[in-house]
Design a protein around this ligand. Sequence first.
Ligand code: NAP
Length: 255
Amino acid sequence: MAEKSSLEDRVAIVTGASRGIGREIALHLARKGAKVVINYAGNAEKAEEVASTINKGTDTVRAVTCKADISKAIEVRKLFDAAEEAFGAVHILVNCAGVLDPKYPPLVDTSEEAWDSTFNVNCKGAFLCSREAANRVVKGGGGRITNLSSSVVGSVRVGYGPYAASKAAVETMTKILARELRGTKITANCVAPGPVATEMFFAGKSDALVERIAKEVPLERLGEVSDVAPVVAFLASDEGEWVNAQVVRVNGGAP
Ligand code: NAP
């Protein structure tokens, strides 16, 4: 008898799934059997490409796209409405949408606007998505909330002030949320990658800097999106239930 895929009958929302890590997470969850909502901010074409890759060769729709700015409560609500309309009750939220100022200014040169725009997406967005999920994700088993943080919270690199601070706040919020979700069987965790080869990572960096960062990792390479997605899928699975209120650093041992 064929083994049942671990995420069959599960519905997942992946924010920031048009590109980078979120895209691979969406594809990976779909390969495990989940139905997936591909959220994005502006890149409709790339989001559609992810959905059509998942839907290719299947009779039923297994992925839909939904444009929503996660820093706005009303749009986050609409994102969950769209998921429920397409597939029914939601089990899994993976909040992957994020921004990083590619100029990496030190804090003394960081504008109020740059601080706010980083916190609006990374921190407030994670709060709004987590709050909506805590209210609407299936209770009693299989409910999962995963927020993407960053290993830079631990490495405290110069130039990453607002970004690292926004992710540090997400880590603390997520651990408290997990404890507040007592009785629901919904787990809440963070996955905190180190440097991963995506548009976000390469923006504003010279080749020499990219090489130096890659060499800092004991495995002497950058992370790939495929290094991160299976960890998120494990947390989303039934087998991952006992990992709760944690920050899982996925960074090849990067300092
Ligand atoms: P990326 O390639 O820049 O992709 C960012 C994604 O977020 C895109 O899908 C983008 O949508 C979406 N997005 C941005 N603002 C949004 C908003 N307001 N509402 C909804 N979606 C929004 O980034 P990535 O490297 O894959 O990073 C994914 C996550 O991992 C982020 O949270 C990041 O902080 C974290 N992370 C990344 C690294 C790394 O080295 N790459 C390391 C540690 C942690 P559009 O395509 O529509 O613009």
